[in-house]
Design a protein around this ligand. Sequence first.
Ligand SMILES: [Zn+2]
Length: 255
Amino acid sequence: MRFVDSHTHIYLRSFQDIETMSAAGIEGVVVCSYFPVKPIGPSTLVDLHRWLTELEPERLKKCGISALVAVGIHPRSIPSTGVREVLDHISSLFDSGKALALGEVGLETASNEEEKVLLRQISLAKTYDLPMIFHTPRQNKAQIFDRLLKLIKGQKVDMTKVIIDHLTADLVARVRELNANAGITVQPGKMTEKDVVSIVASAGVEGVLINSDLSNQPSDPLTLPKVARALSEAGTSKADVEKVTYFNAKKILKF
Ligand SMILES: [Zn+2]
């Protein structure tokens, strides 16, 4: 089988992990921007985005994996100064086509600063008509999800280009009602393969994307093949398994 992992921070993982993913049938990964400490100034994220767009696709290509790079200011990575400079650089990466999506962006605590930075990014991605990958937090997920949805709806974005990620089972239906896409992160402490089986049974496979959110934290490079196996064992058709582990990501993100 073939797979696209629709949300990773693979630049925080080893070359060995990339080889493992390639051998398991992972054809493509979405590389999302995130920096694990709050940057002092704009150059941290400018250099991160240069790393993601200039070096990471080449590293992945060596193992036959194609990359789609998403850039943006994660709510936990908002620089203390120089947001404008980071946004200008993001804009230049959209102009050149080196980055083809906004992400990951969103809300962690829904502070005023987070909301302001998020709104500026949504309006930027809207002008380029690009897909947007939104983070939801572990803490107060339901409340912050509501706030996030309100902000996105207020910006009148094309919902078919929106992916709201790290969802719990109860939030998937709410995202699908709006015609937006539901990202499910399968990872220790988040969702399990069994959770995906029950989500697919209740919400179906349209607009549902599975990902590993691969990073330096506990996360599994083989998430996608393992989810596919669990779905197949539970009786899901091959076509449906491929939708949530491959085709939906390809279609929504224009891979
Ligand atoms: Zn992430």
